[in-house]
Design a protein around this ligand. Structure first.
Ligand code: F6R
Length: 596
């Protein structure tokens, strides 16, 4: 949700900032801008659209200090006027986040003679700095005072006209890192922006301020200078590059066998008696709340089904933006599990904070190391997905499922709800997962099926129980990258209204992995076929009823969803490709949703 980059060094700042912004473009891409020092004055250039459009207007100047921004619009349409950086007086600023009290502050500032050119909350923030500077006189003091007045989330990169060798940065509830390498200094919203220079970085905490001067970075918190620990990014530069794949999404789909292997191996050692490692003690918990957004919520639905069916314990799975505001019923034996790839999703973070405030134990399943959710949860389990760049999640989704399947297995052993022979069989099958995934990825059917249905306006996904949870993710994948209107329905529910939308050749994708209700789902699918639907079945059994069948390996229900999602990801990918969509950067979306 907006990407920020800043550079302070001896090299060409404009080029460095643009390279960094390109690595962060997945965070937002409706407009972009840059500010740099030319002698002692700050120049600003902005452009609606992608960074490629901004590049066309950038001068070949030897600036050494600057900041840049790639935007995902929150306040005001994508336009040059609303694009960052914004300037007021001597301050120029780029922002990721949302200032919640910006209208209140805007009124105060207007009463004090300020006027505004854009519709953004960011312009209010920069005007506030200018206003406070009049009283405080020092930049550091001004930033500290502003922190006390701003509500909401922000990561700021700031230039001040009187200090042309300096970048200021501060954050609250939006990520920001600082890095240095041989006289070059950087700020960035995420690690990919700095990986071509260094893998080491400092992570700003809430209410930290960083001041980057030549060869000296200082950190402040609560008015005092502090030291910060240097962190090392575990992945490589290649992990944030396409490595020959046409799209990041395709690359990340292909990475899944490795990611699943790494995730499972970190938490489960089938050769040892102890079996599980690095997992928390779950004995005390009798009830679970799983809270997340989007695809992460869909993994929660799968886990709900697993834990309820296999462990026989109750699970509430809730969308975080609802959970944070609803009446929640927990007791001392409840564990709240939040799931998030980015670890920065605003609603998931708020739900976590709500549970913590109520004194309930929390566990986070997260991909991005050191992210806000990871740091704030009582316990954190990292999936081993590495950098996920495509906006549509794939490898993080399946790694979350893999980890949740292990948690379920551990609970089943604790509560003795699984027979030994069944457990031994699962243990054997876990090892075969990466290989099974590879085979499914290599299946040549997806392109052909995609070419039959890619021009349709509506597509339905049907399934029951676990299959319904998988359908939801399949439908989300397709709609977000292809812009086809698709819905997932519990198979038995369609005839209560929605079946009226089925026409001749409407594609209906049936997920059929749960054997005990397979016949029921098939009957529902046939009801749609009787009304002209084109049936695509994804099943672990040879079913003759449909127009197309994608055959899954037959594996334990605890592992099946990890495989069943692959055909759905690749179908979505092939359809979006045939429709000429921008697969890695779908319209209106951004990777990390740090606003409510
Ligand atoms: C869909 C997708 C989103 C995210 C959701 C939560 O492909 O990526 O639905 O799953 O925005 O994001 P995280 O997992 O970062 O909390």
């Amino acid at each position: 949700m907006c990407g920020i980059v800043g550079y302070n060094g001896k090299e060409k700042a404009i080029e460095k900032i643009v390279t960094g912004l390109e690595a962060l473009e997945y965070r937002g891409y409706d407009s972009a801008g840059i500010a740099y020092f030319e002698k002692d004055t700050i120049q600003i250039l902005k452009k609606k659209g992608r960074i490629s459009a901004l590049k066309e207007i950038l001068p070949k100047k030897d600036a050494q200090v600057g900041i840049g921004h790639t935007r995902w619009a929150t306040h005001g349409e994508p336009s040059e006027r609303n694009a960052h950086p914004h300037r007021c007086g001597k301050f120029t600023l780029v922002h990721n986040g949302i200032i919640e009290n910006y209208l209140e502050l805007k009124n105060i500032l207007q009463e004090n003679g300020y006027s505004f050119l854009s519709e953004t909350d960011t312009e209010v923030a920069v005007a506030l700095l200018d206003y406070l500077y009049e009283e405080e006189k020092g930049v550091l003091k001004t930033l500290e005072k502003a922190m006390k007045m701003l509500r909401g989330s922000y990561a700021f990169g700031i230039l001040f006209e009187d200090t042309p060798d300096t970048i200021y940065a501060m954050r609250h509830s939006s990520p920001l890192i600082v890095a240095e390498k041989e006289g070059e200094e950087f700020i960035a919203s995420d690690v990919p922006a700095i990986l071509s220079y260094t893998q080491e970085y400092y992570l700003l905490d809430d209410f930290d301020i960083a001041i980057l001067k030549p060869n000296k970075i200082s950190f402040y918190h609560d008015g005092k200078e502090i030291t910060k620990e240097k962190l090392t990014f575990e992945g490589s530069l290649e992990s944030s590059q396409k490595e020959g794949y046409e799209h990041f999404m395709l690359k990340e789909i292909h990475e899944q066998p490795r990611v699943i292997k790494d995730t499972i191996e970190y938490y489960f050692d089938g050769t040892k008696n102890s079996l599980f490692q690095n997992l928390p003690d779950l004995k005390k918990y009798q009830k679970f709340h799983i809270v997340a957004c989007g695809s992460a919520y869909h993994t929660g639905l799968v886990a709900k089904s697993w834990i309820e069916e296999i462990v026989h314990l109750p699970v509430d799975c809730e969308i975080a933006s609802e959970y944070r505001y609803k009446q929640v019923f927990y007791d001392s034996n409840t564990l709240v599990i939040v799931i998030s790839q980015s670890g920065e999703t605003a609603d998931t973070l708020a739900s976590l904070r709500k549970a913590k405030k109520d004194g309930i134990d929390t566990l986070a399943i997260v991909n991005v190391i050191g992210s806000s959710i990871a740091r704030e949860a009582d316990q954190v389990l990292y999936i081993k997905a590495g950098c996920e760049i495509a906006v549509a999640t794939t490898k993080a989704y399946s790694a979350q499922l893999a980890l949740l399947s292990l948690l379920t297995l551990k609970l089943a052993l604790i509560h003795e709800t699984i027979r030994e022979d069944e457990f031994l069989e699962i243990r054997k099958q876990i090892e075969t997962l990466p290989q099974q995934m590879e085979k499914l990825i290599a299946n040549p059917q997806y392109q052909k099926i995609a070419s039959t249905i890619y021009e349709r306006d509506d597509i339905f996904y049907l399934g029951r129980k676990l299959d319904y949870a998988i359908s939801m993710e399949g439908a989300l994948k397709l709609k977000e990258i292809s812009y086809i209107n698709c819905v997932a329905y519990p198979a038995g529910e369609l005839k209560h209204g929605t079946i009226s939308l089925v026409e001749q050749k409407t594609p209906v994708i049936g997920i059929l992995t749960v054997s005990e209700i397979q016949e029921k789902t098939i009957s529902n699918l046939k009801e749609t076929a009787a009304r002209g639907a084109y049936l695509i079945l994804i099943s672990n059994e040879e079913i003759k009823e449909g127009n197309e069948l994608i055959l899954l390996p037959n594996i334990h229900p605890l592992l099946e969803p990890i495989l069943a999602i692959i055909p759905l990801q690749l179908l979505a990918y092939e359809i979006a490709k045939l429709r000429g969509c921008d697969i890695d950067k779908p319209r209106n979306l951004a990777k990390s949703v740090t606003v409510e």
